[in-house]
Design a protein around this ligand. Structure first.
Ligand code: SAM
Ligand code: SF4
Length: 442
Protein backbone atom coordinates (compact mmCIF):
# COMPACT_ATOMS: atom_id res chain seq x y z
CA UNK A 1 0.00 0.00 0.00
CA UNK A 2 2.41 2.68 -1.10
CA UNK A 3 0.63 5.04 -3.46
CA UNK A 4 -1.88 7.63 -2.32
CA UNK A 5 -4.42 10.03 -3.78
CA UNK A 6 -5.73 12.99 -1.80
CA UNK A 7 -8.65 15.32 -2.41
CA UNK A 8 -9.06 18.45 -0.34
CA UNK A 9 -12.28 20.30 0.50
CA UNK A 10 -12.73 23.65 2.24
CA UNK A 11 -10.54 26.48 3.43
CA UNK A 12 -6.89 27.46 3.04
CA UNK A 13 -6.11 25.88 6.41
CA UNK A 14 -7.26 22.56 4.94
CA UNK A 15 -5.30 23.17 1.72
CA UNK A 16 -2.15 23.69 3.76
CA UNK A 17 -2.92 20.78 6.11
CA UNK A 18 -3.05 18.61 2.99
CA UNK A 19 0.37 19.93 1.92
CA UNK A 20 1.71 18.83 5.30
CA UNK A 21 -0.05 15.46 5.11
CA UNK A 22 1.37 14.91 1.61
CA UNK A 23 4.88 15.74 2.86
CA UNK A 24 4.45 13.36 5.80
CA UNK A 25 3.32 10.52 3.51
CA UNK A 26 6.18 11.11 1.06
CA UNK A 27 8.62 10.98 3.99
CA UNK A 28 7.06 7.63 4.98
CA UNK A 29 7.87 6.20 1.56
CA UNK A 30 4.53 6.72 -0.18
CA UNK A 31 4.23 8.26 -3.62
CA UNK A 32 1.43 10.56 -4.70
CA UNK A 33 -0.69 9.74 -7.75
CA UNK A 34 -3.12 11.95 -9.64
CA UNK A 35 -6.04 9.55 -9.95
CA UNK A 36 -7.99 7.55 -7.46
CA UNK A 37 -7.77 4.49 -9.73
CA UNK A 38 -3.96 4.46 -9.49
CA UNK A 39 -3.89 4.75 -5.69
CA UNK A 40 -3.69 2.18 -2.89
CA UNK A 41 -4.63 4.72 -0.23
CA UNK A 42 -7.36 7.28 -0.87
CA UNK A 43 -7.66 10.26 1.46
CA UNK A 44 -10.33 12.93 1.70
CA UNK A 45 -9.42 16.02 3.72
CA UNK A 46 -12.85 17.27 4.60
CA UNK A 47 -14.79 20.40 5.55
CA UNK A 48 -17.91 20.57 7.71
CA UNK A 49 -18.44 24.31 8.02
CA UNK A 50 -21.79 24.06 6.24
CA UNK A 51 -24.02 21.05 5.65
CA UNK A 52 -23.43 21.13 1.88
CA UNK A 53 -19.66 20.74 2.32
CA UNK A 54 -20.19 17.74 4.57
CA UNK A 55 -22.64 16.09 2.16
CA UNK A 56 -20.10 16.39 -0.66
CA UNK A 57 -17.72 14.13 1.24
CA UNK A 58 -20.28 11.41 1.85
CA UNK A 59 -21.30 11.63 -1.77
CA UNK A 60 -17.68 11.12 -2.81
CA UNK A 61 -17.30 8.14 -0.47
CA UNK A 62 -20.46 6.62 -1.90
CA UNK A 63 -19.39 7.24 -5.47
CA UNK A 64 -16.21 5.21 -5.10
CA UNK A 65 -17.15 2.55 -2.56
CA UNK A 66 -16.87 -0.21 -5.19
CA UNK A 67 -13.14 0.54 -5.40
CA UNK A 68 -12.80 -0.91 -1.90
CA UNK A 69 -13.31 -4.35 -3.41
CA UNK A 70 -10.10 -3.79 -5.38
CA UNK A 71 -8.08 -3.63 -2.19
CA UNK A 72 -7.96 0.11 -1.83
CA UNK A 73 -7.91 1.70 1.61
CA UNK A 74 -10.04 4.80 2.32
CA UNK A 75 -9.30 7.49 4.90
CA UNK A 76 -11.29 10.53 6.03
CA UNK A 77 -9.30 13.42 7.49
CA UNK A 78 -10.18 16.91 8.73
CA UNK A 79 -13.34 18.45 10.11
CA UNK A 80 -15.93 15.83 9.11
CA UNK A 81 -13.63 13.15 10.55
CA UNK A 82 -13.41 14.98 13.86
CA UNK A 83 -17.12 15.82 13.95
CA UNK A 84 -18.53 12.42 13.00
CA UNK A 85 -15.76 10.22 14.44
CA UNK A 86 -16.46 6.50 14.43
CA UNK A 87 -19.96 7.11 13.04
CA UNK A 88 -18.22 7.39 9.66
CA UNK A 89 -17.47 3.65 9.82
CA UNK A 90 -21.21 2.96 10.08
CA UNK A 91 -22.17 5.32 7.28
CA UNK A 92 -19.30 4.30 5.00
CA UNK A 93 -18.07 0.84 6.13
CA UNK A 94 -15.30 0.81 3.51
CA UNK A 95 -13.44 3.59 5.40
CA UNK A 96 -10.43 2.42 7.46
CA UNK A 97 -8.90 5.66 8.77
CA UNK A 98 -10.65 8.57 10.48
CA UNK A 99 -8.44 11.37 11.81
CA UNK A 100 -9.05 15.00 12.78
CA UNK A 101 -6.50 17.75 12.25
CA UNK A 102 -5.46 17.78 15.91
CA UNK A 103 -4.13 14.21 15.42
CA UNK A 104 -1.99 14.74 12.32
CA UNK A 105 1.21 14.64 14.39
CA UNK A 106 0.30 10.97 14.98
CA UNK A 107 -0.22 10.29 11.28
CA UNK A 108 2.98 8.23 10.80
CA UNK A 109 1.88 5.88 13.63
CA UNK A 110 -1.64 5.62 12.21
CA UNK A 111 -0.16 4.72 8.81
CA UNK A 112 1.96 1.97 10.36
CA UNK A 113 -1.19 0.53 12.00
CA UNK A 114 -2.96 0.59 8.63
CA UNK A 115 -0.02 -1.06 6.89
CA UNK A 116 0.08 -3.82 9.48
CA UNK A 117 -3.48 -4.66 8.49
CA UNK A 118 -5.59 -2.90 11.14
CA UNK A 119 -9.04 -2.55 9.66
CA UNK A 120 -10.14 0.52 11.67
CA UNK A 121 -7.76 3.22 12.83
CA UNK A 122 -8.72 6.54 14.45
CA UNK A 123 -7.05 9.76 15.59
CA UNK A 124 -9.77 11.78 17.28
CA UNK A 125 -8.32 13.28 20.42
CA UNK A 126 -8.61 17.07 20.70
CA UNK A 127 -6.54 17.05 23.83
CA UNK A 128 -3.39 18.55 22.39
CA UNK A 129 -1.21 21.54 23.07
CA UNK A 130 0.74 21.12 19.87
CA UNK A 131 0.33 22.65 16.45
CA UNK A 132 1.04 20.30 13.53
CA UNK A 133 4.59 21.16 12.53
CA UNK A 134 6.49 19.13 10.00
CA UNK A 135 9.66 19.81 8.03
CA UNK A 136 8.12 17.92 5.11
CA UNK A 137 5.25 20.14 3.86
CA UNK A 138 5.02 19.63 0.09
CA UNK A 139 3.79 22.97 -1.23
CA UNK A 140 1.76 23.02 -4.42
CA UNK A 141 2.43 26.65 -5.39
CA UNK A 142 6.07 27.52 -6.26
CA UNK A 143 5.79 31.23 -5.39
CA UNK A 144 3.29 31.66 -2.54
CA UNK A 145 3.67 29.59 0.62
CA UNK A 146 1.12 29.07 3.36
CA UNK A 147 2.37 28.99 6.95
CA UNK A 148 0.00 28.05 9.77
CA UNK A 149 0.86 30.15 12.83
CA UNK A 150 -2.12 29.26 15.04
CA UNK A 151 -4.52 26.32 15.02
CA UNK A 152 -7.93 25.80 16.61
CA UNK A 153 -10.34 28.35 18.05
CA UNK A 154 -11.19 29.44 21.61
CA UNK A 155 -14.23 31.51 20.61
CA UNK A 156 -17.71 30.04 20.59
CA UNK A 157 -19.77 31.64 17.85
CA UNK A 158 -23.23 30.13 18.14
CA UNK A 159 -23.33 28.80 14.55
CA UNK A 160 -19.82 27.39 14.18
CA UNK A 161 -18.37 23.87 14.33
CA UNK A 162 -14.71 24.92 14.26
CA UNK A 163 -14.12 24.86 18.05
CA UNK A 164 -15.41 21.25 18.00
CA UNK A 165 -13.57 20.14 14.88
CA UNK A 166 -10.23 21.88 15.30
CA UNK A 167 -9.90 22.00 19.07
CA UNK A 168 -8.46 24.69 21.32
CA UNK A 169 -6.17 27.47 20.13
CA UNK A 170 -2.47 26.68 19.99
CA UNK A 171 0.16 28.99 18.51
CA UNK A 172 3.58 28.07 17.16
CA UNK A 173 6.65 29.79 18.57
CA UNK A 174 7.73 32.93 16.73
CA UNK A 175 11.16 31.35 16.31
CA UNK A 176 9.76 28.38 14.41
CA UNK A 177 7.58 30.62 12.18
CA UNK A 178 10.55 32.87 11.33
CA UNK A 179 12.82 29.88 10.67
CA UNK A 180 10.30 28.39 8.26
CA UNK A 181 9.87 31.76 6.51
CA UNK A 182 13.64 32.16 6.08
CA UNK A 183 13.89 28.67 4.61
CA UNK A 184 11.06 29.42 2.21
CA UNK A 185 12.73 32.68 1.15
CA UNK A 186 15.96 30.75 0.49
CA UNK A 187 13.97 28.32 -1.67
CA UNK A 188 12.74 31.23 -3.79
CA UNK A 189 9.27 31.87 -2.33
CA UNK A 190 8.49 35.59 -2.34
CA UNK A 191 4.98 35.57 -0.90
CA UNK A 192 3.97 34.22 2.50
CA UNK A 193 0.41 33.76 3.70
CA UNK A 194 0.07 33.41 7.46
CA UNK A 195 -2.88 31.23 8.38
CA UNK A 196 -5.11 30.68 11.38
CA UNK A 197 -8.83 30.38 12.12
CA UNK A 198 -8.23 33.61 14.00
CA UNK A 199 -4.75 34.52 12.84
CA UNK A 200 -4.61 37.72 14.87
CA UNK A 201 -5.32 35.88 18.14
CA UNK A 202 -1.73 34.62 17.77
CA UNK A 203 0.25 34.57 21.00
CA UNK A 204 3.85 33.33 20.96
CA UNK A 205 4.05 30.49 23.52
CA UNK A 206 7.79 31.09 24.07
CA UNK A 207 9.24 33.60 26.54
CA UNK A 208 9.31 36.30 23.83
CA UNK A 209 5.45 36.31 24.04
CA UNK A 210 5.05 38.20 20.75
CA UNK A 211 1.59 39.22 19.67
CA UNK A 212 0.41 39.00 16.07
CA UNK A 213 1.50 42.50 14.99
CA UNK A 214 5.03 41.86 16.28
CA UNK A 215 5.25 38.58 14.35
CA UNK A 216 3.81 40.21 11.22
CA UNK A 217 6.48 42.94 11.32
CA UNK A 218 9.26 40.37 11.74
CA UNK A 219 8.03 38.18 8.86
CA UNK A 220 7.78 41.27 6.63
CA UNK A 221 11.42 42.12 7.30
CA UNK A 222 12.86 38.81 6.10
CA UNK A 223 15.10 39.22 3.04
CA UNK A 224 13.52 37.99 -0.16
CA UNK A 225 9.92 38.16 1.11
CA UNK A 226 8.05 40.70 -1.02
CA UNK A 227 4.50 40.04 0.10
CA UNK A 228 2.95 38.90 3.36
CA UNK A 229 -0.76 38.14 3.62
CA UNK A 230 -2.72 36.86 6.60
CA UNK A 231 -6.14 35.32 7.10
CA UNK A 232 -8.58 35.20 8.90
CA UNK A 233 -8.70 38.09 11.37
CA UNK A 234 -11.28 38.17 14.15
CA UNK A 235 -12.65 41.67 14.83
CA UNK A 236 -12.51 41.26 18.61
CA UNK A 237 -8.72 40.72 18.58
CA UNK A 238 -7.99 43.21 15.80
CA UNK A 239 -5.77 45.95 17.25
CA UNK A 240 -4.64 49.19 15.60
CA UNK A 241 -1.01 48.10 15.77
CA UNK A 242 -1.72 45.69 12.89
CA UNK A 243 -2.66 48.67 10.69
CA UNK A 244 0.43 50.58 11.89
CA UNK A 245 2.58 47.61 10.85
CA UNK A 246 0.99 47.58 7.37
CA UNK A 247 1.56 51.32 7.06
CA UNK A 248 5.24 50.90 7.95
CA UNK A 249 6.22 48.13 5.58
CA UNK A 250 5.06 47.82 1.93
CA UNK A 251 5.87 44.07 2.04
CA UNK A 252 2.81 43.64 4.25
CA UNK A 253 -0.09 43.52 1.79
CA UNK A 254 -2.68 46.26 2.08
CA UNK A 255 -5.59 43.86 2.40
CA UNK A 256 -7.50 42.81 5.51
CA UNK A 257 -10.18 40.12 5.57
CA UNK A 258 -12.32 40.99 8.60
CA UNK A 259 -15.51 38.90 8.78
CA UNK A 260 -18.40 40.84 10.28
CA UNK A 261 -21.15 38.17 9.84
CA UNK A 262 -23.99 40.68 10.44
CA UNK A 263 -24.57 44.43 10.60
CA UNK A 264 -27.12 44.14 13.38
CA UNK A 265 -26.15 44.33 17.08
CA UNK A 266 -28.96 42.01 18.13
CA UNK A 267 -27.89 39.34 15.63
CA UNK A 268 -24.22 39.77 16.58
CA UNK A 269 -25.19 39.22 20.19
CA UNK A 270 -27.22 36.07 19.37
CA UNK A 271 -24.28 34.87 17.30
CA UNK A 272 -21.99 35.40 20.36
CA UNK A 273 -19.54 37.30 18.17
CA UNK A 274 -18.07 39.35 21.08
CA UNK A 275 -18.25 42.76 19.37
CA UNK A 276 -20.85 45.35 18.47
CA UNK A 277 -21.41 47.05 15.13
CA UNK A 278 -19.77 50.22 16.52
CA UNK A 279 -16.70 48.33 17.71
CA UNK A 280 -16.40 46.71 14.29
CA UNK A 281 -16.79 50.09 12.55
CA UNK A 282 -14.01 51.55 14.72
CA UNK A 283 -11.64 49.00 13.19
CA UNK A 284 -12.89 49.92 9.72
CA UNK A 285 -12.15 53.57 10.51
CA UNK A 286 -8.56 52.70 11.47
CA UNK A 287 -8.16 51.11 8.05
CA UNK A 288 -9.77 53.99 6.19
CA UNK A 289 -7.53 56.47 7.99
CA UNK A 290 -4.34 54.49 7.24
CA UNK A 291 -1.69 56.01 4.99
CA UNK A 292 -1.94 53.10 2.58
CA UNK A 293 -5.14 52.29 0.73
CA UNK A 294 -6.25 49.14 2.56
CA UNK A 295 -8.64 46.81 0.79
CA UNK A 296 -11.26 45.35 3.14
CA UNK A 297 -13.15 42.08 2.57
CA UNK A 298 -15.55 40.15 4.77
CA UNK A 299 -17.85 37.17 5.44
CA UNK A 300 -21.60 37.49 6.05
CA UNK A 301 -24.18 34.96 7.20
CA UNK A 302 -27.78 35.63 6.17
CA UNK A 303 -30.82 34.02 7.80
CA UNK A 304 -29.32 33.37 11.23
CA UNK A 305 -32.18 32.13 13.51
CA UNK A 306 -34.61 34.93 14.25
CA UNK A 307 -33.06 37.38 11.76
CA UNK A 308 -35.83 39.93 11.06
CA UNK A 309 -36.18 42.05 7.94
CA UNK A 310 -34.94 45.05 9.96
CA UNK A 311 -31.87 43.18 11.16
CA UNK A 312 -31.12 42.11 7.60
CA UNK A 313 -31.50 45.74 6.47
CA UNK A 314 -28.84 46.57 9.09
CA UNK A 315 -26.43 44.30 7.22
CA UNK A 316 -27.25 45.94 3.88
CA UNK A 317 -26.62 49.37 5.43
CA UNK A 318 -23.27 48.18 6.77
CA UNK A 319 -22.24 47.07 3.28
CA UNK A 320 -22.87 50.59 1.98
CA UNK A 321 -20.98 52.13 4.87
CA UNK A 322 -17.87 49.94 4.65
CA UNK A 323 -17.80 49.42 0.86
CA UNK A 324 -16.09 46.04 0.86
CA UNK A 325 -13.95 45.00 -2.10
CA UNK A 326 -15.15 41.39 -1.86
CA UNK A 327 -17.65 39.50 0.23
CA UNK A 328 -18.16 35.82 0.98
CA UNK A 329 -21.86 35.52 1.80
CA UNK A 330 -23.49 32.35 3.12
CA UNK A 331 -26.94 31.16 4.07
CA UNK A 332 -26.97 30.06 7.70
CA UNK A 333 -26.54 26.29 7.93
CA UNK A 334 -27.51 24.34 11.07
CA UNK A 335 -24.49 22.50 12.43
CA UNK A 336 -24.22 19.67 14.96
CA UNK A 337 -23.13 20.50 18.53
CA UNK A 338 -23.50 24.27 18.03
CA UNK A 339 -25.46 26.48 20.48
CA UNK A 340 -27.57 27.97 17.64
CA UNK A 341 -29.27 24.59 17.18
CA UNK A 342 -31.32 25.38 20.27
CA UNK A 343 -32.54 28.73 18.92
CA UNK A 344 -36.11 28.78 17.70
CA UNK A 345 -37.45 30.78 14.82
CA UNK A 346 -35.42 29.37 11.95
CA UNK A 347 -35.59 31.55 8.83
CA UNK A 348 -37.22 29.56 5.98
CA UNK A 349 -34.85 28.38 3.25
CA UNK A 350 -36.56 30.47 0.50
CA UNK A 351 -36.24 33.57 2.65
CA UNK A 352 -32.53 32.91 3.22
CA UNK A 353 -32.08 32.53 -0.55
CA UNK A 354 -33.98 35.78 -1.19
CA UNK A 355 -31.77 37.69 1.28
CA UNK A 356 -28.61 36.18 -0.16
CA UNK A 357 -29.53 37.37 -3.66
CA UNK A 358 -30.34 40.91 -2.45
CA UNK A 359 -27.07 41.05 -0.55
CA UNK A 360 -25.03 39.77 -3.48
CA UNK A 361 -26.64 42.26 -5.88
CA UNK A 362 -25.83 45.16 -3.58
CA UNK A 363 -22.26 43.95 -3.18
CA UNK A 364 -21.87 43.52 -6.93
CA UNK A 365 -22.75 47.15 -7.55
CA UNK A 366 -20.28 48.23 -4.83
CA UNK A 367 -17.53 46.15 -6.47
CA UNK A 368 -18.26 47.61 -9.92
CA UNK A 369 -18.05 51.12 -8.42
CA UNK A 370 -14.84 50.46 -6.50
CA UNK A 371 -13.06 48.57 -9.28
CA UNK A 372 -14.00 51.22 -11.88
CA UNK A 373 -12.22 53.85 -9.77
CA UNK A 374 -8.96 51.97 -10.46
CA UNK A 375 -9.03 52.43 -14.26
CA UNK A 376 -5.88 54.34 -15.25
CA UNK A 377 -3.97 53.37 -12.10
CA UNK A 378 -0.68 51.42 -12.27
CA UNK A 379 -0.60 48.41 -9.93
CA UNK A 380 2.20 46.00 -9.14
CA UNK A 381 1.04 42.43 -9.71
CA UNK A 382 2.52 39.07 -8.89
CA UNK A 383 2.01 36.90 -11.96
CA UNK A 384 0.20 33.67 -11.03
CA UNK A 385 -0.82 32.17 -14.33
CA UNK A 386 -1.59 32.51 -18.00
CA UNK A 387 -5.00 32.22 -19.63
CA UNK A 388 -4.57 30.55 -22.99
CA UNK A 389 -8.13 31.34 -24.08
CA UNK A 390 -7.86 35.11 -23.56
CA UNK A 391 -4.11 35.49 -24.11
CA UNK A 392 -3.79 37.26 -20.77
CA UNK A 393 -1.39 36.83 -17.88
CA UNK A 394 -3.15 36.48 -14.53
CA UNK A 395 -1.74 38.84 -11.92
CA UNK A 396 -2.70 39.60 -8.34
CA UNK A 397 -2.29 42.99 -6.72
CA UNK A 398 -1.14 43.61 -3.15
CA UNK A 399 -4.81 44.36 -2.37
CA UNK A 400 -5.58 40.80 -3.54
CA UNK A 401 -7.43 41.85 -6.69
CA UNK A 402 -7.07 39.76 -9.84
CA UNK A 403 -5.60 41.89 -12.66
CA UNK A 404 -5.46 40.09 -16.02
CA UNK A 405 -3.12 41.72 -18.50
CA UNK A 406 -1.49 41.52 -21.87
CA UNK A 407 2.23 41.95 -22.47
CA UNK A 408 3.50 43.40 -25.78
CA UNK A 409 6.36 40.91 -26.16
CA UNK A 410 5.67 37.98 -23.89
CA UNK A 411 2.40 36.77 -25.36
CA UNK A 412 2.42 33.52 -23.40
CA UNK A 413 4.62 31.08 -21.49
CA UNK A 414 6.81 28.57 -23.26
CA UNK A 415 8.81 31.08 -25.32
CA UNK A 416 11.95 30.59 -23.30
CA UNK A 417 10.84 33.32 -20.95
CA UNK A 418 7.95 33.49 -18.57
CA UNK A 419 6.37 36.06 -16.32
CA UNK A 420 5.16 33.41 -13.86
CA UNK A 421 6.20 34.30 -10.31
CA UNK A 422 7.50 37.71 -11.41
CA UNK A 423 6.33 41.09 -10.16
CA UNK A 424 5.11 43.28 -12.98
CA UNK A 425 3.62 46.76 -13.17
CA UNK A 426 0.32 46.88 -15.00
CA UNK A 427 -1.87 49.80 -16.06
CA UNK A 428 -5.56 49.09 -15.37
CA UNK A 429 -7.65 49.69 -18.51
CA UNK A 430 -10.95 47.96 -17.69
CA UNK A 431 -12.87 46.95 -14.58
CA UNK A 432 -15.48 44.30 -13.93
CA UNK A 433 -17.18 43.35 -10.65
CA UNK A 434 -14.72 40.55 -9.86
CA UNK A 435 -11.50 41.44 -11.66
CA UNK A 436 -9.54 44.09 -13.52
CA UNK A 437 -7.89 44.01 -16.92
CA UNK A 438 -4.87 45.95 -18.11
CA UNK A 439 -1.64 46.24 -20.05
CA UNK A 440 1.89 45.58 -18.88
CA UNK A 441 4.01 48.66 -18.28
CA UNK A 442 7.67 48.41 -19.31
N1 SAM B 1 -12.65 32.47 12.28
C1 SAM B 1 -13.23 33.25 11.27
C2 SAM B 1 -14.09 34.33 11.91
O1 SAM B 1 -14.42 34.25 13.06
O2 SAM B 1 -14.48 35.25 11.22
C3 SAM B 1 -14.11 32.47 10.34
C4 SAM B 1 -13.77 31.09 10.01
S1 SAM B 1 -15.09 30.14 9.29
C5 SAM B 1 -14.13 28.77 8.87
C6 SAM B 1 -15.40 30.89 7.70
C7 SAM B 1 -16.76 31.48 7.53
O3 SAM B 1 -17.72 30.47 7.39
C8 SAM B 1 -17.29 32.32 8.68
O4 SAM B 1 -16.76 33.61 8.66
C9 SAM B 1 -18.77 32.31 8.45
O5 SAM B 1 -19.19 33.40 7.65
C10 SAM B 1 -19.00 31.01 7.69
N2 SAM B 1 -19.73 30.05 8.54
C11 SAM B 1 -19.30 29.43 9.64
N3 SAM B 1 -20.29 28.64 10.16
C12 SAM B 1 -21.37 28.77 9.35
C13 SAM B 1 -22.68 28.23 9.35
N4 SAM B 1 -23.09 27.39 10.31
N5 SAM B 1 -23.52 28.59 8.35
C14 SAM B 1 -23.13 29.44 7.38
N6 SAM B 1 -21.90 29.98 7.33
C15 SAM B 1 -21.01 29.66 8.31
FE1 SF4 C 1 -15.91 29.77 14.08
FE2 SF4 C 1 -16.27 31.97 15.54
FE3 SF4 C 1 -14.06 30.46 15.87
FE4 SF4 C 1 -14.40 31.93 13.64
S1 SF4 C 1 -14.21 32.71 15.75
S2 SF4 C 1 -13.72 29.80 13.76
S3 SF4 C 1 -16.57 31.77 13.29
S4 SF4 C 1 -16.16 29.87 16.35
Amino acid sequence: MKTFYIETFGCQMNAHDSEKVIGTLLAEGYSQVETLEAADLILYNTCSIRDKAEQKVFHRLDQFKKEHGKGKVFGVLGCVAQQEGEKIFERAPHVSLVAGSASYTKLPQLLVQLESGDRRVTGLSLDTEEAFETPFARRGNPHRAYITIIEGCDKSCAYCVVPFTRGPERSRTSESVLKETRELARMGYTEIQLLGQNVNSYRDPSAAAWDFARLLRAVGEIDGIRRVRFTTSHPRDFVKDIIDAIDENPALCNHVHLPVQSGSDTVLSRMQRLYTRDEYMRRIEWMKQARRDISITSDIIVGFPGETEDEFEGTLALLEEVEYDLLFAFKYSRRPNTPALALRDQVPEEEKSRRLVILQEKQRSIQIRRNSALVGVIEETMVEGYNQATGQWIGRTSQNRILNFTHPVLAGPGQGQTLLGKYWNVRVTRAGPNSLAGEAVA
